[in-house]
Ligand binder design. Structure first.
Ligand code: ASP
Length: 303
C-alpha cells in the first residue's frame, strides 16, 4: 500500500484559476505516484511533489510567490520524516526555486533542523545550490497584485482573507516500507512584513509526520495555524479518530479556538486520506490504489 496526497492552497480560488490549480496538483500526483509505487521513499516523494508545485507559477511557492511589503520574495519550507521525526526547515530565503530541497539538505547534511535568512542562504551556497535572479521567481500576476495593494491602507496580508490570494503547496506520502513523510512550501502572505515567518516551516504547524500516526500538510492563515499547531493536532487526532474526523476536528479547533482559517491534507497511518478546510475552497489531488487520480477544487468541508 502506498499513498500520496498534495494540495495547492486553501482560499477563495477564483473560477478562472481553477484549471491551472487542478492541472498543477494532478500533474504532481501523475508524475510522482508511479515512482512511489515502484519503491520510492515517502521523503523523496513529498520532496519531488512539492518541488514540482514550487516550479509551477500557479502557486504561491517558489516561482509565482507573493511579494512582501518591500516587493521581494521570501520563501519558507518544511520537510519531515515520520520514521525518525527528523525534520528540516527554512524561512525567509530568497532566490531559490526549491526551498523544500534546501530544507531536506538541512535535515540530512547539517547538525541543525531550521535555518533562516542569510544563514540559510549561506548554507545553500556552500552546497552549491544555484541561486536565481529575483525576476526568475517573479510572475507578472504577482507584480501586478503587489502594485495594486502596495499603497492600499486597508489591505491586510492575512485577515480576513477569504477573497485574498493564497496558494501554498504541500504533500504527504506513505511508502511501501510503511514510512510516512510530509512537506510544505510557501511564499507566505501577500505584502507581509520582511522577515515574517508563517506556519509553513514551523514543525507541527505547517506540516507533521509520524509513522505511528500519519502525515499532514496545512495551509491557510499562518498566524492562526501556528497557534494550534494544526498539523500536529490532526496527527494526534489520528490516534483516536478516523482520517476524516481527525482533519475536520483539527479545522474545527482552528476555527473555534483562534478564529483561524485554513485547510489540511493528510494520510492516516492506516492509509486513509483526509482533506478538510474552512476556507471557501481548497485545491488538492490524491491517488487511489489503482492509480486513478482524484483532483479538484473542493468548496465545502469534506474527507
Ligand atoms: N500558511 C501560509 C502562511 O501563512 C500561507 C498559505 O498557506 O497560503 O505563510
Amino acid at each position: 500500500m502506498v499513498r500520496l496526497i498534495v494540495h495547492g492552497g486553501a482560499w477563495n480560488i477564483p473560477e478562472e484559476y481553477h484549471p491551472a490549480h487542478v492541472q498543477g496538483v494532478r500533474r504532481a500526483i501523475e508524475t510522482v505516484y508511479p515512482r512511489l509505487k515502484e519503491g520510492q521513499s515517502a521523503l523523496d516523494a513529498v520532496e519531488a511533489a512539492v518541488a514540482m508545485l514550487e516550479a509551477d507559477p500557479t502557486f504561491d511557492a517558489g516561482r509565482g510567490a507573493f511579494l512582501n511589503e518591500r516587493g521581494e520574495i521570501e520563501l519558507d519550507a518544511l520537510i519531515m520524516d515520520g520514521a525518525s521525526l527528523d525534520f528540516g526547515a527554512v524561512a525567509a530565503v530568497q532566490n531559490l526555486l526549491h526551498p523544500v530541497s534546501l530544507a531536506r539538505r538541512i535535515m540530512e547534511e547539517s547538525e541543525h533542523c531550521f535555518l533562516v535568512g542569510a544563514g540559510a542562504q549561506a548554507f545553500a551556497r556552500s552546497l552549491g545550490i544555484p541561486e536565481l535572479k529575483p525576476e526568475e521567481l517573479l510572475t507578472e500576476r504577482e507584480l501586478e497584485f503587489y502594485r495594486a495593494v502596495r499603497d492600499d491602507p486597508h489591505f491586510k496580508p492575512h485577515h480576513p482573507f477569504q477573497d485574498g490570494p493564497r496558494g501554498t503547496v504541500g504533500a504527504a506520502a506513505l511508502d511501501c516500507a510503511g514510512n510516512i513523510a510530509a512537506a510544505t512550501s510557501t511564499g507566505g502572505s501577500p505584502r507581509k512584513l520582511p522577515g515574517r515567518v508563517g506556519d509553513t516551516p514551523v514543525v507541527g504547524a505547517g506540516g507533521y509526520a509520524d509513522n505511528r500516526l500519519g502525515g499532514v500538510s496545512a495551509t491557510g492563515w499562518g498566524e492562526s495555524i501556528m497557534k494550534v499547531l494544526l498539523s500536529k493536532t490532526v496527527c494526534d487526532l489520528f490516534h483516536t479518530h478516523t482520517a476524516g474526523e481527525a482533519a475536520r476536528r483539527g479545522i474545527s479547533i482552528l476555527a473555534t479556538r483562534v478564529q483561524g482559517m485554513g485547510g489540511v491534507v493528510g494520510i492516516h497511518k492506516n492509509g486513509d486520506y483526509a482533506v478538510a478546510h474552512n476556507t471557501p475552497k481548497m485545491a488538492f489531488a490524491y491517488a487511489g490504489e489503482d492509480g486513478s487520480i482524484v483532483a479538484g477544487i473542493e468548496s465545502r468541508l469534506r474527507i
